[in-house]
Design a protein around this ligand. Structure first.
Ligand SMILES: [Fe+2]
Ligand SMILES: [Fe+2]
Length: 240
């Protein structure tokens, strides 16, 4: 069974989430509203689009108002519903890592703009900073930092199994358990590099695509995962 809902953070961030009980995993899409249009981060899978748009409509978001979509990497839950967005608004622009943007423009009738690593970029009225996190899950992976909100939209990084409301006293332990259970990370070394890149940003909130958001202790969470990587890399070095 799946359940779908919208949560609003800091008056500007709309998070649509679907929890799929069978796999104990939630899938989130984020919408930032501005006078010049709505920015979407993560499209969700194609099959989930009609439920997502109906649930968003109840909270005042018309998916047809989405003029820009950021695709964090080329995977169904991150970009699958892109054609549905384009069907509602022919002017939609998709932003992504160069590898991903070329693939998107090859298969979908959509205007694309490749992002540059750590180069602040204005989309609608919002300045965003794309941070490339190479080989964390995929080669074309990126996360999005929004300086105005001190928020990181972290896609598959900082993921946790369970519903988005799952409270936990120790989010790092939950993330490590989820990493080890899912085995979705191809390389701890690249994950470590990505975390060190993310660490230098002033982050107050983290919004993962899977699992609960993190507020207040974001820096401690980044440090906790860096420690985990250091321990794992040390063990790997000893074992040769
Ligand atoms: Fe993914
Ligand atoms: Fe994902």
């Amino acid at each position: 069974m799946s359940s779908s809902k919208v949560d609003i953070f800091a008056e500007h961030i709309y998070r649509h989430s679907t929890y799929v009980e069978k796999i104990n995993l939630s899938f989130c899409q984020f919408f930032l509203r501005s006078p010049s249009g709505t920015l979407c981060i993560e499209t969700g899978a194609r099959a989930d689009f009609s439920l997502m748009s109906a649930t968003l409509r109840e909270t005042g978001i018309d998916v047809a108002s989405v003029s820009s979509v950021i695709v964090p990497h080329f995977e169904d839950d991150e970009m699958g519903a892109l054609p549905e967005f384009v069907a509602l608004n022919k002017g939609v622009v998709a932003y992504a890592h160069p590898i991903c943007s070329h693939a998107l423009s090859d298969i979908f009738p959509v205007k694309v703009k490749p992002l540059k690593d750590e180069a602040p970029t204005r989309i609608n009225d919002e300045v965003i900073v794309p941070i490339f996190v190479k080989h964390v899950h995929q080669w074309d992976a990126l996360v999005i930092y929004v300086p105005r909100l001190k928020a990181l939209f972290s896609s598959d990084i900082f993921m946790r199994f369970g519903p988005v409301d799952g409270e936990s006293k120790d989010p790092v332990a939950g993330m490590i358990a989820s990493i080890e259970q899912s085995e979705y990370l191809p390389s701890i070394e690249y994950f470590h590099r990505a975390l060190n890149k993310i660490k230098k940003y002033d982050i107050e909130s983290i919004f993962p695509m899977h699992g609960p958001a993190i507020h207040g202790d974001a820096a401690a969470v980044v440090d906790g995962l860096i420690d985990y990587c250091v321990r794992k890399l040390g063990k790997e070095a000893v074992l040769g």
